[in-house]
Design a protein around this ligand. Structure first.
Ligand code: GDP
Length: 424
């Protein structure tokens, strides 16, 4: 039984989806264990190019069972649209290849509403939420004011529970924000249009996972976002509202006893960051525009231009430590091919002192990058499939990362397609 986790080392968008898509060839089950449909994984394979938001990236492999665990923010509305979208493109999504944990709480219409109201209240101090309701959803979960997907199996109980919550939520929506109350009529329509549609997929996925593990099946745990967005260890408060770390994977997946043998940390060959918050190695102006264009750095869900920057070694080292990565997948190395000299952030300068450490969130705003330039390779590497065939400067770049962050690089991705990969 050797389970694997594919996790983000930085701010998200590292290319986890393409790595999960690749690694599912050696796994039987893929489980998404946290987060919602507020980000996107882009996958390019022989079936086409797809942007996934909530569905696990194993959905394209025949024979692989995909699971949405109890740790995710299960948004029936977006999930149903995503399923229909994939079906329209010829991808089969059935209760045989998609299972939803009966213990996953439902993201309700008022979560999205509350998210927007709070971001508007924060004005220029906003956290950069995608307004998909994720933060209100997780805070309600911790207050135990949520309905679980499994409750849909008991329609009368489900409606009564929803009515109770509706009354409670109105205290906030109209009482605090002065917004219109959510009516039971609209919730009934929402239940019919979306929640009931996903019911055939809802089951006891914990039992399924325990039985599968006992039968020797291999499980791949899929994360959303990266270590620096982790609720406890990330760049508070510009984090997401769940734990993105591999340590949470067994709990959020619904197999708390799982031991994960391999933790693949996905790192982009440079840095990108969506939304607000400190981003020490950020580039600006023409230099940034060129990198953004070269890497097509626009959000898969929102289309927002991503902030771009130099590879950030202090942040990456910290991410590797938080994830407990056993190996790294460096993605988008091909994007750097146009650079003669490549900027790398080796250290931070904080309050006049240089440091290798990733600072406490309060100090991050004051941190300045210590940038040094290393040699570029200046040629197309997208067809390379063996490490030895990479130009010397590209090999050195990988070795620099490995040595600086203390973790072996086991995969190097040189293009978005499934086969554009170098294994070491
Ligand atoms: P995720 O959320 O971590 O899965 O990352 P995203 O899907 O948001 O962003 C990664 C983007 O980079 C996607 O558009 C991928 O198709 C693309 N991509 C992944 N690996 C590579 C690579 O090695 N080279 C290039 N050029 N693009 C890549």
């Amino acid at each position: 039984m050797s389970h694997t986790a594919v996790v983000g080392i930085n701010w998200g968008d590292e290319g986890k989806g393409r790595m999960v898509d690749l690694l599912t060839e050696d796994h039987d089950i893929v489980v998404r264990y946290q987060g919602g449909g507020n980000a996107g994984h882009t996958v390019v394979n022989e079936k086409g190019k797809f942007a996934l938001h909530l569905l696990p990236s194993g959905i394209f492999r025949d024979g692989v069972v995909n699971i949405l665990g109890n740790g995710v923010a299960l948004d029936p509305e977006n999930l149903w649209k995503e399923i229909e979208d994939l079906r329209a493109k010829g991808i089969s999504v059935t209760p045989d290849n998609l299972k939803i944990s009966d213990r996953a709480p439902l993201l309700l219409p008022w979560h999205r509403l509350q998210d927007g109201l709070e971001e508007a209240r924060l004005k220029d101090k906003k956290y950069g939420s995608t307004k998909q309701g994720i933060a209100p959803f997780y805070s309600d979960k911790y207050q135990k004011k949520v309905v679980l997907a499994g409750e849909l199996h008991f329609p009368e109980h489900f409606r009564a529970h929803l009515e109770e919550l509706c009354e409670w939520k109105d205290l906030t929506l109209s009482g605090v924000y002065g917004a219109e109350a959510v009516t039971m009529d609209s919730l009934d329509a929402w239940t019919r249009d979306y929640a009931e549609k996903i019911l055939p997929f809802v089951c006891d996925t914990g039992e399924f996972l325990r039985e599968s593990e006992a039968a020797g099946k291999r499980i791949l745990f899929e994360a959303q976002l990266g270590a620096l967005r982790d609720l406890d260890f990330g760049i508070v408060p510009y984090t997401t509202s769940s734990n993105t770390l591999a340590a949470y994977a067994p709990v959020g997946a619904g197999l708390p006893s799982a031991k994960i043998a391999e933790i693949i940390g996905v790192v982009k060959a440079y840095s990108t960051c969506v939304g607000e918050g400190p981003f020490v190695s950020e580039m600006f102006g023409e230099e940034a525009d060129r990198l953004r264009e070269a890497g097509a750095e626009y959000g898969a869900k929102t289309g927002r231009p991503r902030r771009v920057g130099a590879l950030d070694l202090p942040a990456t080292r910290y991410g590797v430590q938080m994830q407990g990565a056993t190996g790294l997948a460096v993605t988008k190395l091909d994007v750097l091919s146009y650079m003669e000299k490549i900027p790398v952030c080796f250290r931070y300068r904080v309050r006049g002192k240089e440091t290798d450490a990733f600072p406490f969130p309060t100090l991050l705003d004051e941190a300045e990058p210590v940038i040094e330039y290393v040699d570029g390779w200046g040629c197309d590497i997208s067809a390379v499939r063996r490490f030895e065939d990479l130009p010397k400067a590209a090999q050195d770049y990988i070795l620099l990362i490995e040595q600086a962050v203390g973790c072996p690089v086991t995969y190097i991705s040189v293009g978005p397609e499934r086969e554009s990969i170098i294994r070491r």
